[in-house]
Write a protein that binds this ligand. Structure first.
Ligand SMILES: [Mg+2]
Length: 212
């Protein structure tokens, strides 16, 4: 019997535009201003430095690390606020959270850093009992089965009482299944098919209403 629904954030609730702007426009622009080089040269350098670290390391996700690395005179909240207006949820999110929250406790399980979660979920925070950041709360770069186990433990739930929904096949679908949770794979591009694949969150609600 499912009683908790866990949702991924980026690509599931919130479009990726905001995050892309912060890393691919804001950071290079500030570096260009500081050094006097043009934007495209700054972007090439900054992205090259991101790639040297790579997404397997915690620093990749850590705004303050990059601000310090590039010697920028800005706080992590300020750089996020520069693009606050770009935060956009998918069109069905409000309606779906209204419906799901009638019957389930909702949580967010993301690998985004805490400061991104706070600003991206600002308008939705009333829906969620808890929000979990793999990188900030558990110091893990990817949502391993252990992360899902920790989320269940934190919620005082058995794995089979929790269903996770997200848009990364491995980290949002295979990984929670491995931890004993239920899971739905959100495939907004419509590339996969299967009983536990949904094209948007409205389809997820229909499936949940149908079999639980
Ligand atoms: Mg995602």
């Amino acid at each position: 019997m499912i009683r908790i629904i866990s949702l991924d954030m980026d690509g599931t609730l919130v479009k990726s535009r905001f995050v892309d702007k912060v890393w691919m426009e804001g950071m290079p622009m500030l570096y260009a201003e500081k050094t006097g080089i043009d934007f495209s040269a700054a972007k090439e350098y900054v992205v090259g430095e991101y790639m040297k670290i790579g997404s397997d390391h915690l620093e990749w996700y850590d705004l303050l690390y990059w601000i310090n690395k590039f010697g920028l005179d800005i706080g992590k909240h300020e750089i996020l606020q520069m693009y606050e207006d770009e935060i956009e949820t998918y069109p069905e999110v409000q309606e779906v959270l209204d419906r799901l929250s009638e019957n389930y406790d909702l949580v967010v399980t993301s690998n985004a850093a805490r400061e991104f979660m706070d600003i991206e979920l600002d308008g939705l925070s009333d829906y969620f009992r808890e929000t979990f950041s793999a990188t900030s709360d558990f110091r893990e770069v990817k949502k391993s089965p252990l992360i899902y186990g920790a989320v269940c433990a934190h919620m005082n739930a058995r794995p089979f009482e929790v269903l996770h929904i997200g848009d990364h096949y491995h980290y949002d679908y295979e990984s929670p299944l491995e931890a004993g949770l239920d899971a739905l794979f959100l495939d907004r591009k419509g590339e996969r098919s299967g009983l536990e694949v949904v094209g948007d969150l409205r389809e997820a609600v229909e499936l949940i209403d149908g079999f639980m």
